[in-house]
Ligand binder design. Sequence first.
Ligand SMILES: [Zn+2]
Length: 375
Amino acid sequence: MSGFAFDLTATDGAARTGIISTPRGQIRTPAFMPVGTAATVKAMLPGSVRETGADILLGNTYHLMLRPGAERIARLGGLHRFMNWDGPILTDSGGFQVMSLAGLRKLTEAGVTFASHIDGSRHLLSPETSMEIQRLLGSDIVMAFDECPALPATEDAVAASMRLSMRWAQRSRDAFGDRPGHALFGIMQGGVSPDLRAESAAALTAIGFDGYAIGGLAVGEGQEAMLGVLDYAPGLLPQDKPRYLMGVGKPDDIVGAVQRGVDMMDCVLPSRSGRTGQAWTRRGQVNLRNARHADDPRPLDKDCGCPACRGYSRAYLHHVVRAGEMIAGMLLTWHNLHYYQQLMAGLRAAIAAGRLGDFADDFHALRAEGDIAPI
Ligand SMILES: [Zn+2]
């Protein structure tokens, strides 16, 4: 693929750091991708998202195809121009959200027909339509169309679903074609079964993708089960391609995944939490709604460089959260995204310096101390 490349610059145990190069800019890995579901990272301007340190955003195919529609976005110059973000964009395939959000779904070998959760209109998502929609959006990193079994599921059901996803992966590859500067990632499935994960990895590698996602995790299986799969799953994938863990996660999930060889992650958590008065800090989670902050003149985190921490007290943040003011979601989303990107920068530097173990120990120790004592 001309114009899309991945260069590993250092490793520390299973962990890796490197650079993904795209025509729209570089992505430093391990990378955290803020989620811009409806062509916006809620409560943030694109320039603000960039200032937090994000190199790439995620867009949701399912939402964008229904509203405002992929053809309309294409007519208006593509998703980058439409939402005023000129960096790389990864779009998901729509497969996960059609199973979790849409009504009246019918799954066949061809794909999934469903009713829009917005207006009830009927649509088909298939490997071919997903590739076409992601092409219309102008996505830099396109995800293969896959199926996610609803959990809990028997091993037979997980196996059948994984094999369907592998047939769809081949159809996605065929439909994607040759698009220089754009990448197509395959998605490994197989639940918590090492044998099925290995079968899936072998099938994807035989097809050949520009990167590989680990799917079917962070769907309610719990951190222990997820990290158990990550103890072996990344090692089943090619060393020289990016590995993307979809939908993860909490800060300690991210550290655990990076230690096990994951290069890219995304999650709505930092932005969604910011709109409900929840902050993520080096000392863990802080609920600004709590009355203990009402008279506290100190910043949320005195060592954080974000606008919420530089310019405002905990008392102010508490007040605007309680009052339902829009600035509450703006400030806390900015802080949370800034914290996540600081965490990623710290992980990258620690891997490069060969001291990821010490970094992880310090990370867990400070969280174990908990938030600063009330005044
Ligand atoms: Zn901050």
